[in-house]
Structure formats: structure tokens, C-alpha cells
Ligand binder design. Structure first.
Ligand code: ASP
Length: 428
């Protein structure tokens, strides 16, 4: 009698397709109350924002509680330091490799050559970024005020506080036990809330995607097609070849299984274009479906949302060549090396929010003397690119998490390989 329930993954996939089609159809409708007020800023906005805010409200408590709990249960400060060092090294080197791949694509595919500047609807930009020195980014990781760090949702600062609390609790020994138990219970509660909110993901994803496509449309894409396609080619190369070989090489695990389980997180990243918003579902999947221990995932995932941006790096590399070619400026080897360095360093302090890389890009352009107005050329289609690069950003966080967990013997390979629960209609 029991009807086979559609899994959450399938529901989200259907929602993504329906949302894109609906958005494209709505884009064609004549402007007016029905299109703008009732659909785009009414229904789509309402369901999209309800979901987005539901998941965002869990980010800060989840990161703090699960990381403090994880650090306390790791109980070994040396191990924490080792995991931290390895993770940061992994994140920064993969980001640098991604930019290098993108620069090669930009060099060979020439996305900006012969661009008809008149056809591009340039957006006026005043994004002259104030460069934050690396030293400042580093010391500002320690907040002056814990509540401010939380209310600003400053991921790096929350990570520092949570790790300190975890270390403190484990040093307290017996006295800290009751608080650790409380954190454990709170962690279970927040994870439950993530599951509840994720049940609304199909409707939310539909609203977010429909609004994006109904607003951006595809007309703006046409003159920039080569730019967009070059970036997506880079993103696919990194996801299929890069991530697959990293996972296979370091752990011997199957990338196919990984992607099957990880899809809900990718769809949230695609529709929200925010690594931060994806932290709850990413953590949930890493722990419950990929078999990573809480101690590792709670540390590497939020850190990755801020520090690790491989998809963004692809965009930065391609955009550099695109703008240089559009303005007829030759790109030297020295400029390329500067781009790799500036982008990698800039990625450390950049938050995982929509459009964050535009600020990074202005720093990169300033460092190599490319015209900042060039950024205006790509702004009109940036959301379409942002969706794809955010998927690659957060996938890189999870890949690194699985690898580090395996090396630290904190990965349950049976959970990773078990595909049975994948059909249950739940995140985990
Ligand atoms: N939206 C991206 C993220 O959240 C950052 C960016 O590339 O703009 O990861």
C-alpha cells in the first residue's frame, strides 16, 4: 500500500528545474503588477526569503555550539592545531591551483577577445575596495566583543571563540562535563532544526531560482556568453577532475557516492549563492551521510565557508583575462603571479555571501592595474556566475573535510559508503 516517497534530493532537483523554467517564462511577461508585484516581489520573494532566513538564523548558533562541542570532545590541543594547520594549508593551496587553472583557461580561450563593448550593459561601479592588510585580517580574527562577533555573523571570530570555549571546557575536566553535555544536547536540537528547515528546501529553492531567472533573464547573457561558459568550464573541470582526483588520491573513496549524498547542499548553494547560508546543511551532510566526526566537520566547514573559495578563484582568473582582453591590455607573467597571490590572500577574509568576490576582484584589479570599470561589464550577469562558483566553493570545503577526517581516522567509511538512507526523503 505504501507509496514510494520521493527523496529530498529528487524534490530539490525538480524544484530547481521548475524554478528555472518558471523564471524564464516570467521574464518574458510584460512588466506590470502581475509580473513584478505579485510574482517576482510577491510569491517568489516570500517563499525564497522564508527558506533563506530560516536556514541563515541557524548558522551562528550552529557554528558556535557544534564547534565548541567538537573542540571539547577532541580534547587534544595538539591535534586541534594539526587539523587547523592542515586545513588552512589545504584550502589556500587548492584556491591557488584553481586560479592558476582559470588563468590558463583565460589565456587559451580568450573570453574577452573581440568583445563588442557597446552591446554589454555595463553597470556603474564605485567598488574601489579598501585593501585590508593581511596582518589586520589575522588579528581581527580575535573579536573585541563576543556578542558583536555573533550579531555580525563574523565566521572567523565565532570560530576563534568557539575553539577557545571548547579548549577551556576540556581543560576544566570533570567540572566542564555538565556544560559539554548541555552543548551536546543543544547541538542535537539545532541539527533537528536544520532537518526541519531543509524539508522546505524544495519550495525555497523554487522561489529563489524563479526570482533570479525572472530578474536577470538571459538577454544580458548573450554578449557575455564566452565569459560565462569559460567560467563554467573551469568550475566543471575543478569539480569533476580536481575534486575527484583529490578524493580518490587521498582517501580512495568514490566521488559518485560523494556527489549523490552532497546534492542537497549543492542546490542550496546554487539557489542562495552564499557559502554561509549553506553551512548548516553542509555540516549536516558531512556528519550524518559522509561519516565525518563532529570534531572535524564543525571546524573545517565554517572555516571553509570563509577561507576556501575555489569557485570564486576560477571567476577571478577568468575575469582578469576577460577585462584585460576587452580593453586590449596585455597580461604579463608577473601580473598572473600577482593575481594568484592577491586572490588567494583576499579569499582569507572574504565572507561567503552573494557577490563577495566583486570586492575581492577590485583588490585584484588594483594590484595589477586593470581598470575598475571593467568590473561593471560583468556585474549584470554576476549572479548567474555566483550560483555556480558558490557550489564549487562549498564542495571544496566538504572534499577537504572528508580527506582530513580520513587522515585523522575520524571518518566512518561505512557511513560514507552506505547508500541505503539516500532514498528516505530526509537530509539525513
Ligand atoms: N557567493 C560566494 C560564496 O558565498 C562568494 C563569491 O564568489 O562572491 O561563496
Amino acid at each position: 500500500m505504501s507509496k514510494k516517497k520521493m527523496s529530498l534530493t529528487t524534490k530539490i532537483l525538480v524544484a530547481l528545474l521548475l524554478g528555472s523554467i518558471t523564471g524564464i517564462i516570467v521574464f518574458q511577461l510584460p512588466d506590470g503588477v502581475f509580473k513584478d508585484t505579485i510574482l517576482i516581489n510577491g510569491v517568489f520573494q516570500l517563499v525564497g526569503q522564508l527558506f533563506l532566513r530560516g536556514i541563515m538564523m541557524l548558522v551562528v548558533p550552529l557554528v558556535f555550539i557544534s564547534l565548541a562541542n567538537g573542540a571539547a570532545s577532541m580534547g587534544d590541543i595538539k591535534k586541534l592545531g594539526r587539523v587547523g594547520g592542515k586545513t588552512v594549508a589545504f584550502y589556500l593551496s587548492t584556491t591557488a591551483i584553481a586560479i592558476t587553472i582559470a588563468l590558463c583557461l583565460g589565456y587559451f580561450l580568450k573570453p574577452g577577445a573581440g568583445l563588442n563593448l557597446e552591446m554589454v550593459k555595463a553597470v556603474k561601479t564605485t567598488t574601489a575596495a579598501t585593501k585590508t592588510p593581511l596582518v589586520q585580517t589575522l588579528y581581527e580574527m580575535v573579536p573585541k566583543n563576543i556578542t558583536l562577533a555573533m550579531s555580525d555573523g563574523n565566521m572567523l571570530q565565532i570560530i576563534i571563540v568557539a575553539v577557545l570555549v571548547g579548549i577551556g571546557l576540556s581543560l576544566l575536566g570533570k567540572k566542564g562535563e555538565s556544560l559539554i553535555n548541555l552543548l551536546e544536547n543543544l547541538n542535537d536540537l539545532i541539527m533537528k532544526l536544520v532537518d526541519i528547515v531543509m524539508n522546505f528546501a524544495p519550495i525555497g529553492v523554487f522561489g529563489l531560482i524563479a526570482k533570479t531567472f525572472a530578474t536577470v533573464g538571459y538577454v544580458a547573457m548573450i554578449p557575455l556568453m564566452k565569459y560565462i561558459l569559460t567560467i563554467y568550464l573551469g568550475l566543471i573541470l575543478v569539480s569533476i577532475l580536481g575534486y575527484a582526483s583529490l578524493l580518490k588520491g587521498f582517501t580512495g573513496l568514490s566521488i559518485k557516492k560523494f556527489y549523490k549524498k552532497f546534492f542537497p547542499a549543492m542546490s542550496v548553494a546554487f539557489s542562495t549563492a552564499s557559502s554561509n547560508a549553506t553551512v548548516p546543511v553542509n555540516l549536516d551532510i558531512c556528519e550524518k551521510k559522509l561519516g565525518v566526526s563532529k570534531g572535524i566537520a564543525a571546524f573545517t566547514i565554517p572555516l571553509g565557508a570563509t577561507v576556501n573559495m575555489n569557485g570564486t578563484a576560477i571567476m577571478q582568473g577568468v575575469a582578469t583575462f576577460f577585462v584585460a582582453q576587452a580593453y586590449g591590455i596585455p597580461v604579463t607573467l608577473g601580473m598572473m603571479a600577482t593575481v594568484v597571490l592577491t586572490s588567494t590572500i583576499a579569499s582569507i577574509g572574504t565572507a561567503g555571501v552573494p557577490g563577495a568576490s566583486i570586492i575581492m576582484l577590485s583588490m585584484v584589479f588594483q594590484s595589477v592595474g586593470l581598470p575598475l570599470e571593467g568590473i561593471g561589464l560583468i556585474m549584470g550577469v554576476d549572479r548567474l556566475v555566483d550560483m555556480g562558483r558558490t557550489v564549487v566553493n562549498i564542495t571544496g570545503d566538504a572534499i577537504c573535510t572528508v580527506i582530513i577526517a580520513k587522515q585523522e581516522k575520524e571518518l566512518d567509511v561505512d557511513v560514507f559508503n552506505n547508500m541505503k538512507d539516500d532514498e528516505g526523503g530526509k537530509v539525513a
